[in-house]
Design a protein around this ligand. Structure first.
Ligand SMILES: *[C@@H]1O[C@H](CO)[C@@H](O)[C@H](O)[C@H]1NC(C)=O
Ligand SMILES: *[C@@H]1O[C@H](CO)[C@@H](O)[C@H](O)[C@H]1NC(C)=O
Ligand SMILES: *[C@@H]1O[C@H](CO)[C@@H](O)[C@H](O)[C@H]1NC(C)=O
Ligand SMILES: *[C@@H]1O[C@H](CO)[C@@H](O)[C@H](O)[C@H]1NC(C)=O
Ligand SMILES: *[C@@H]1O[C@H](CO)[C@@H](O)[C@H](O)[C@H]1NC(C)=O
Length: 344
C-alpha cells in the first residue's frame, strides 16, 4: 500500500540519514525505527496471520509500484517469522497490522491488536538483550524512533456498530468512546516508555468520513460529517493527552494527518491530483463498491488520485504526507516535526 512505501522512505531517511526525496545524504539520525499501528503502516505482517477474514494486501494490484517485480509479494518485516534479530537491532521492526485498532475489541481476531504489538516489542527487546546486552539495548531504544499510526479502525467499528443498532451516537456515546480510546492510547505510550522508548512520532486520524468507502454510502458521494467530527474529536483529545503527559525524558511529534488531508482534499489540483473522491483500484461507483483485486479496474494514472483503494491513499499522496511530517510546514506537526524529533 502507498503509505507503506512512503514510510519506508521515511525509515530510510531517519535511519540511514538520507532525506525523503532521496538525494541529500546526511548523518545518521536514529539507530532504528519501531512501528505500531494499522494498515497504513503494515508492511505485510498480516500475511502471516491465519484466517480468511484477515485483511491482506497480497494480491494484485497491490505492490504495483514496488521496485523490480511490481508484484504483491511485497516487503514485510518478517518479524512474525522470528528470523530478523540483526535487522531488529540495526533498522527496527514494524509490528503494524491491517485492521488493528487502539482497542483489542476492534476487528478482534483478524489482526494483531496494538496491545499485542507492544508485547511483541517486549519479546524483541528480550531477544536483543540476550544478544547484545541490556545496556546497549537501553541506549538503542532511547534513541530510536517509535512511529505510531492507529485509531481509524476503532472509529469505523464504532460507526458501524451504531448503524447496526440503528441509532445515531449521542454526545455522551461519543465522549465515552473517545475517552476510552485516548486512555488506552495513553496506556500504550506508557508501556512503550517503560520498555525504553523516548521518541514518539504519532500520526493522528485523518478525516475518515472522506474515504471512498464511506462516501459511496451517500447518494451524493459526500463525506460523512459524523465520522469526520469523530476523528476531529479523537485528534483533539489525543493532542491534549500528549500535552499533559509527564513521562520523563519523552519527546513526541504529532503528525496532523487530519489537517494535511483536509488541505489536500480542499484543493486537490494544487497538489497535482485530478481525483479526490474515488479509488484508483476498485469497482463500481467511486471505485468503492468492490475491493481492489485482480478483477478490479485500475485508473490510468495513479499519481493523479489521492486514494489507491477505497480506504488507503496512493503512494504519491503518502509521499506528500511523509515529507510534510518529516520536515514540512509547522501546521502539519505539533509541537515539532519528525526531523527535529529524530535529532533531539
Ligand atoms: C486497554 O489497555 C490495556 C493496557 O494496555 C490493555 O490491557 C487492554 O487490553 C486494553 N483494552 C482494550 C479494550 O483494548
Ligand atoms: C431502523 O430504523 C428505521 C427507521 O427509523 C426502521 O424503519 C427500521 O425498521 C429499523 N431497523 C432496525 C433493524 O431496527
Ligand atoms: C454535499 O456536498 C455538496 C457539495 O459537494 C454540498 O453542497 C451539500 O450541501 C452536501 N450535502 C450534505 C447533505 O452535506
Ligand atoms: C524533549 O524532552 C526533554 C525531556 O523531557 C525536554 O527537556 C525537552 O524540552 C524536549 N524537547 C522538545 C523539543 O520537546
Ligand atoms: C492546516 O494547515 C493549513 C495550511 O498549512 C494552515 O493554514 C492551518 O492553520 C492548519 N490548521 C490547523 C488546525 O492546524
Amino acid at each position: 500500500m502507498g503509505f507503506e512505501l512512503a514510510m519506508k522512505a521515511l525509515v530510510v531517511s531517519l535511519v540511514l540519514g538520507t532525506v525523503v526525496a532521496g538525494v541529500r545524504p546526511a548523518k545518521t539520525m536514529v539507530p532504528a525505527m519501531y512501528v505500531f499501528g494499522d494498515s497504513t503502516l503494515d508492511v505485510g505482517n498480516n500475511n502471516h496471520l491465519p484466517g480468511k477474514n484477515v485483511p491482506r494486501a497480497d494480491k494484485p494490484y497491490y505492490g504495483i509500484n514496488l521496485p523490480g517485480s511490481g508484484k504483491p509479494t511485497g516487503r514485510f518485516s518478517k518479524w512474525l517469522q522470528r528470523r530478523r534479530l540483526r535487522r531488529a537491532i540495526s533498522r527496527g521492526v514494524s509490528y503494524a497490522s491491517a485492521g488493528a485498532g487502539i482497542l483489542d475489541s476492534t476487528n478482534a481476531g483478524n489482526n494483531i491488536p496494538l496491545s499485542q504489538q507492544v508485547r511483541y516489542l517486549e519479546e524483541t527487546k528480550a531477544a536483543m538483550e540476550a544478544k547484545v546486552g541490556s545496556h546497549v539495548v537501553g541506549d538503542l531504544l532511547s534513541k530510536s524512533f517509535f512511529l505510531l499510526g492507529v485509531g481509524s479502525n476503532d472509529l469505523f467499528a464504532f460507526s458501524t456498530a451504531m448503524a447496526r443498532q440503528n441509532r445515531t451516537a449521542t454526545q455522551a456515546d461519543v465522549t465515552a468512546f473517545i475517552s476510552s480510546l485516548v486512555s488506552n492510547y495513553s496506556a500504550t505510550i506508557t508501556a512503550l516508555h517503560k520498555l525504553g522508548a523516548r521518541k514518539f512520532g504519532i500520526i493522528n486520524v485523518g478525516p475518515v468520513g472522506c474515504v471512498p468507502r464511506v462516501r459511496v454510502l451517500s447518494p451524493t458521494g459526500n463525506c460523512s460529517d459524523g465520522l469526520n467530527q469523530l476523528a476531529g474529536g479523537f485528534d483533539g483529545a489525543l493532542k491534549t493527552m500528549l500535552a499533559n503527559n509527564k513521562l520523563p525524558g519523552m519527546n513526541y511529534s504529532i503528525a496532523d494527518s487530519y489537517n494535511l488531508t483536509q488541505v489536500t482534499l480542499g484543493d486537490p489540483m494544487a497538489a497535482g491530483f485530478s481525483t479526490s473522491d474515488s479509488a484508483c483500484c476498485g469497482t463500481g461507483r467511486l471505485g468503492a463498491q468492490g475491493d481492489c483485486g485482480p478483477t478490479a479496474s485500475l485508473c490510468a494514472n495513479r499519481d493523479r488520485y489521492i486514494f489507491w483503494d477505497s480506504i488507503h491513499t496512493t503512494q504519491r499522496a503518502a509521499k506528500i504526507g511523509a515529507k510534510a511530517f518529516y520536515d514540512g510546514p509547522t501546521s502539519f506537526t505539533t509541537p515539532i516535526n519528525f526531523k527535529q524529533l529524530a535529532h533531539n
